[in-house]
Each structure stands twice: as C-alpha cells, then as structure tokens.
Design a protein around this ligand. Structure first.
Ligand SMILES: Nc1ncnc2c1ncn2[C@@H]1O[C@H](COP(=O)(O)OP(=O)(O)OP(=O)(O)O)[C@@H](O)[C@H]1O
Ligand SMILES: [Mg+2]
Length: 370
C-alpha cells in the first residue's frame, strides 16, 4: 500500500493551517464550490515532480496575506515523514525533506508516485498535439521520474537552438553542439515514451471489458517510431542529430525547430468504435480517460519498480452514471495506491460504503467525518 496517513498544510492556497489524519482507504473530499477541495488535491500533487496539478507558479500557491511561503507535509503509510517547503526569496524553489533530513525530488519519487485527472484534461483528445503530449508526458513521468529532467534539458537546448535560428544564420560548429545536446535529451524522451506506451497498452489490454472503454495508443513522431521498433539509444540519437542538421535551412526560415520529440503526438483510438477518441461523445471521452488513468496506475503497481501511485481524481464522479461510478469505486478500493476524489456532495460517494473515508471541506477547513 502507498497512502498518505496524514496531510498538514500551512499557508497553502485558502488554508492557513490544516491537519488531516487519515487511514489508507480512498479519501473522498466533499463540499461546496470554492470550499478548497481541488486545493487539497493540488497540495498532494506537490509531492510529485513538476508544479503540480494546476501547473501553478510556486509563489502563486502561497495563501494571500500569508507572511511566509507555504509548507506541505505528510506521513506515508504511518511511518515516513515527508515535507516540502518554499525556500528562498525572489526566485523561490521547493525544498524537500524526508524524515527531517534534506532530500531531493528523486528521493521522494522513490517513495511515492502520483497520477491525476482533472476537468481541465477533458478536452485532451479533441485539443492540439501539445495538450496530448503534456498529458502523456505526465503519465510517463509517473512511471519514469527521470523523464522530467530529460524534458527540462530538452527545453533548454531547444530554446538555445531557436535563439540561434532567429539570428538568421547559424555557425555550424555552434549548431552541432546544441543539436547534440538536443538529440541526447530527445532520444531519452522518445525511449521513455515508447517504453511507457508499451506498458500502458499492455495494462489496457489486460483490463476486463467493462465500463471504461479501451484505447489503442500510438506515438506519432520519428524518434518515438524508432524507439518503438526497438532501436537503441545511439541510433535514436543519430536519427535526431540528422533530422536537426538536415532541417537547419527550413528551421531558419521558420525561426524555430520544426522537428523533434517536442512536435510528437499521442494517437488514441476509442477501441469499441474504432474511431479517433476526439470523435467520441463527451461521456465516452471521459470514460476513456478514466480507463487510461486506471490502466496507468495498474501498470505502475504491477511492473513498476517504484511504489504504487496515489491517484488524484478531481470531479471524476459527478459525470458518471451510477453503474460506472460503482465500477470506478470497486477498482479504486482494490488498488494498492490511495485514491483521492472530490465532489460537491457526500452522496456521490455512497457506493464506496465503508471502503472509503470522507472529509467535509468547508470554508478553508477540512474535517474527517466521524
Ligand atoms: N493563494 C491563495 N490564497 C488564498 N485563497 C486562494 C488562493 N488560491 C486560490 N484561493 C481560493 O481557494 C478557493 C477554493 O478553491 P478550490 O478550487 O479548491 O475549490 P473547490 O472546492 O475545488 O471548488 P469547486 O467545487 O468549484 O471545484 C477559491 O475561492 C480561491 O479564491
Ligand atoms: Mg474543484
């Protein structure tokens, strides 16, 4: 089991100070609009790499009017204390502690993984490639925490190459050096994506037929295609180096880099209809997304070397019909990682019965139901 058995916040969003003592069952947060339910999920999401479920700036999450930055701490499985605090003035950063000692985000990733689903992701199949890429990369990161570092290195090299292109002429030696760094991070990204895609598809295929339709996934991108074919790091790297070099003239004309993993897309087919997921109904897309997220959690629990993931589901229950809701809760109650759910009313969680704990969220406080 991986579960937060305590969560403590100070000066985070609308919470001045809050402690929730929990057990390892799913956590159902209910309360009115604006009460602070999503803020609690966002707080938990800070334990993962990146900026959390709203992708907010660090200082944006500090409570308005607070005299210092936010802190979030918790206890994992009743034994390990984990904490994050904002540190520094001006450019703040996150400081991680485990059992009181300074630690890195990587140390945290060895102890907990996070997957989330929010209403903001509802349009992911219909939206642009960049949204799908971000959605998928977050899943990849939950499986492979080093993916975050590779992505940052890629972004940095990409910005340097684009700056060079904008000048209108490139010094070949200079471009070679930047492109080598770009290709190195890019190959790592493509290989991570291909590995996670295979795991995810296997987990989807192994799921019982039921309330959450299956998806057929594919990666659209040259480097990913090579990785999917099983080509090794060196050959994916070489392929990218060639692509950047031979694309220079075109990229100078466009003032930006037009090829590479930052342009790739995730293809998603709604298996029951055989049509692209973007053509499915709103409810079908939601069910497909939930299926993907559940499969991802299963893939991590089954063959990941890491801990089972915590699953944060913001407003996932409200839009499901009662049968689907029950099916979702049955799966969540059986998972090895704790699930956190939000909804405006306690009745939405009735089908959990005694298999979940309920927390009433109200005017910047949150209280566990007796
Ligand atoms: N930095 C901050 N300081 C203080 N309050 C904040 C801060 N950021 C957001 N809030 C407040 O937090 C409140 C609750 O937000 P949250 O999104 O968690 O509500 P919710 O319970 O999820 O509501 P809904 O049911 O509508 O989704 C909002 O009223 C917002 O103004
Ligand atoms: Mg909310």
């Amino acid at each position: 089991m991986t579960a937060l058995t305590r969560l403590t916040l100070t000066d985070f969003r609308n919470y001045a100070s809050l402690t929730l003592k929990l057990d390892n069952r799913p956590v159902c947060l209910y309360g009115s609009n604006g009460a602070g339910k999503t803020n609690l999920l966002e707080a938990v999401s800070q334990f993962g790499p990146g900026r959390g479920l709203r992708a907010a700036q660090l200082s944006e999450m500090t409570r308005h009017g607070a005299s210092a930055g936010w802190t979030i701490s918790g206890t994992l499985d009743d034994e390990q204390k984990i904490g994050i605090a904002l540190e520094g003035a001006g450019p703040v950063k996150r400081a991680v502690r485990i059992d009181g000692a300074p630690a890195s985000p990587g140390d945290l990733a060895e102890r907990m993984r996070l997957i989330w689903l929010t209403p903001a992701m509802d349009g992911v199949f219909r939206g642009g490639a960049s949204e799908r890429r971000r959605f998928f990369d977050r899943l990849v990161m939950a499986h492979q925490p080093s993916h975050g570092g590779a992505s940052s290195r890629y972004e940095k090299a990409l910005a340097e190459r684009n700056a060079l292109l904008e000048r209108g002429h490139v010094d070949p030696a200079w471009a070679d050096a930047i492109e080598a760094r770009l290709a190195e991070a890019g190959a790592e990204i493509a290989i991570n994506r291909a590995l996670v895609l295979a795991d995810l598809q296997a987990a989807i295929d192994a799921r019982p037929e039921g309330h959450f339709p299956k998806a057929d996934l594919s990666l659209e991108g040259e480097a990913e295609a090579a990785a999917v074919r099983g080509e090794d790091f060196r050959s994916v790297f070489d392929l990218l180096v060639d692509a950047y070099r031979s694309g220079r003239r075109r990229d100078i004309a466009a003032s930006r880099t037009l090829s590479g993993p930052h342009r790739s897309d995730l293809g998603v087919i709604h298996r029951p209809s055989g049509a692209p997921a973007g053509d499915a109904s709103t409810g079908q897309q939601k069910a497909l997304l939930i299926g993907l997220v559940l499969a991802s959690a299963e893939a991590l629990s089954v063959n990941g070397d890491g801990p089972a993931p915590l699953l944060l589901l913001d407003e996932a229950a409200a839009h499901l019909d009662p049968d689907r809701r029950r099916a979702l809760y049955d799966e969540l109650a059986a998972m090895r990682g704790q699930a956190w759910l939000t909804g405006t009313d306690a009745y939405l969680f009735e089908a959990f019965g005694a298999r979940a704990q309920r927390v009433r969220v109200e005017a910047s406080s949150a209280v566990l139901d007796a």
